[in-house]
Design a protein around this ligand. Structure first.
Ligand code: ATR
Length: 277
C-alpha cells in the first residue's frame, strides 16, 4: 500500500461509530482490486451538530471523495448538500455523499441492501410485504418494495406513524396489534430495533404468525441471528440475516465512491470473519 498526496479518502461518520465494519470491508475491497494506493476508507465519531462542518470541510478537500453517513446523520446531512439524488429524496435519507470537484451529491444505498438479497430468493412483484417499523430504515424498505412492484403494509407500534408513512407512499399503515393478518403475507421485514441489544430476547411480532411459505428478513445484524430469525427458521420460513443488508448497501456505496465494480465475495468474507461464520 503506497499512500500519497494523490490518495483519495472516504470517511464513515456516526455517533457511535466504533462498531462500524465499513472501513474493514472497503479497505479489503481496495486491496483486492489493487487500488489501495488510490483509496483509503476511515471512520470517525461526529456529533450530529457538527455534520455541517464536516460537509464544509469535504467541499474544500479535493481528495475527500466519499462520506458515508450512519446514525444519527442520515436526515440531518441532507440540508447541507448541493444535490440530492431522486431516490434519496423520496426515501428522505442520505447514507452516501459523493464529492464531484466540490459539488456534493447525496445518495441512498440502504434500499439496495434490502432489495438485492430478497431478489436472490424471491420475485418481489405483487408480493405482500409486512414492513415492521416506520422509522428511517423502514422508509428505505417501503421505497424498495414499491419500486419493485411489491405491496407493502407498514406495521408500527405507534399507529399514527404507520399511517403517515403509508399515506406518503400510498400503502397501508396499521398498528402492531393488527399483526394477526401477517400470516397471509409473503415476506416479513423487521426494520425496528427489536432483537438488537438490549432487546435481544424480544421479537417484534409473536412468531406464531410465521409459517414455512414466508421469507423473513431482519435488518438487525447484532446479534448475527436475532430471536425473530431463529424462530422463523424453526417454522420452516426462509430467512435473510441483517448482514446481507450491510453487505449490499456497502457494495453499492463502494461503486459510487470508486467507479469500480465491488468485489462482493471479498467484502462478504470480511463480514463472515467478523461474525465468526
Ligand atoms: P431507524 O432509523 O433505525 O429506523 P427510528 O427512526 O428511530 O430508527 O425508528 C425506530 C423504529 O423502531 C420505529 O418504528 C419504532 O416504533 P415507534 O414509531 O412506535 O417508536 C420501532 N421500535 C423501537 N423500539 C420498539 C419496540 N420496543 N417495540 C416496537 N417497535 C419499536
Amino acid at each position: 500500500m503506497k499512500i500519497s498526496a494523490k490518495t483519495k479518502f472516504c470517511i464513515v461518520v456516526g455517533d457511535p461509530i466504533d462498531h462500524s465494519l465499513s472501513p474493514a470491508i472497503h479497505n479489503a475491497a481496495y486491496k483486492s482490486l489493487g487500488i489501495d494506493d488510490q483509496f483509503v476508507y476511515l471512520g470517525t465519531n461526529v456529533k450530529v451538530e457538527n455534520i455541517e462542518a464536516v460537509v464544509k470541510a469535504m467541499r474544500n478537500m479535493k481528495n475527500f471523495c466519499g462520506l458515508a453517513c450512519t446514525m444519527p446523520h442520515k436526515i440531518e446531512v441532507i440540508k447541507h448538500l448541493d444535490e440530492i439524488d431522486e431516490i434519496a429524496k423520496k426515501i428522505g435519507a442520505v447514507n452516501t455523499v459523493v464529492n464531484n470537484n466540490g459539488v456534493l451529491k447525496g445518495y441512498n444505498t440502504d434500499w439496495l441492501g434490502i432489495v438485492t438479497p430478497l431478489e436472490q430468493i424471491i420475485k418481489l412483484k405483487n408480493k405482500k410485504v409486512a414492513v415492521l417499523g416506520a422509522g428511517g430504515a423502514a422508509r428505505a424498505v417501503v421505497y424498495g418494495m414499491i419500486l419493485k412492484g411489491a405491496k407493502p403494509t407498514i406495521f408500527n407500534r405507534t399507529v399514527e406513524k404507520a399511517q403517515e408513512l403509508g399515506k406518503e407512499f400510498a400503502c397501508n399503515g396499521v398498528g402492531l396489534d393488527d399483526v394477526e393478518g401477517i400470516k397471509d403475507f409473503d415476506i416479513i421485514i423487521n426494520s425496528t430495533a427489536v432483537g438488537m441489544h438490549p432487546l435481544e430476547n424480544k421479537t417484534p411480532i409473536p412468531t406464531r404468525f410465521i409459517n414455512e411459505s414466508q421469507v423473513v428478513f431482519d435488518i438487525v445484524y447484532i446479534p448475527y441471528e436475532t430471536k425473530l430469525l431463529r424462530e422463523a427458521k424453526k417454522k420452516g420460513a426462509k430467512t435473510i440475516h441483517g448482514i446481507e443488508m450491510l453487505l449490499y448497501q456497502g457494495t453499492a456505496q463502494f461503486e459510487l465512491f470508486t467507479n469500480h465494480k465491488a468485489p462482493v465475495k471479498v467484502m462478504r468474507k470480511i463480514l463472515n470473519k467478523n461474525f465468526k461464520l
